[in-house]
Design a protein around this ligand. Sequence first.
Ligand code: GRF
Length: 208
Amino acid sequence: MKKKVGVLVSGRGSNLQALLDACADPVFPAEIVLVISNVPGVHALERAKRAGVATTVIPHKGFASREAFDAEMDKALRAAGVEIVCLAGFMRLLSAGFAEAWRERMINIHPALLPSFKGLHTHRRAIEAGVKLHGCTVHLVTPDLDDGPILVQKAVPVLAADDEDTLAARVLEQEHLAYPQALRLLAEGRVRVEGNRALIDDAPTDNA
Ligand code: GRF
C-alpha cells in the first residue's frame, strides 16, 4: 500500500512538482492525496490540479491564532487520510502542538546544509560567509525551526562568480533530487530516530 502524503505549500511549488513526478512512478511507495496552500492563487496549486491532486486553500489570515490555523490544516490532512506531511516552500511557522502531532511523519526541505544557515536568505548568507560548499537538507520536523533529524543532504560548490540567483539555481536542482529520496525513505519505513540522528536502514532487496 502506498503511503498517503499531504503537501503544504505557499508559492512556486517546484519541490511539489518533484514529488508529484516521483509519485507518478507506479512503484514509488507514496502518493500525494492533498495539497494545502495558505496563499490563494499560487502556482503550486496549478501544479497539483494538473496532476489531478485535490487542493485546499486555508488562508492563515482568517485565523485568530497559529494554533487555530494549524488545527484547520490538521483536520483537512486527517480527513484526507494523510500519513506523511511534506513541507515544500511552506512559509509559515508551525505551532509546537502541530509539530508534535506529526512527529517523525513530517519532513521539510531547507535550502542549506543544516545546521548551518537556518532561516531565510540562505544563499546570500552562504556567499557572504565565504563557504565553499552549500546545499540542501531534508529533515524531520520538530517544534524548532529548521531543526530535527536529517534524512538527506546534497552539497554543491560555491563558485567565485556566484550571486544569490546562480547559487539558488544550483541548489534547487539538488533539492528536486533530495526531496523524493527522503520521502521514499520515510514511506518505506526505513527511518529510525535515535536522539538527534535519523538512522537509515538498508534498502529492502528483492530476494530478502
Ligand atoms: C525551496 O528553496 C525550499 O528549499 C524552501 O523554499 C523554496 C521553495 O521553492 N523551503 P518551491 O516552492 O518548492 O519551488
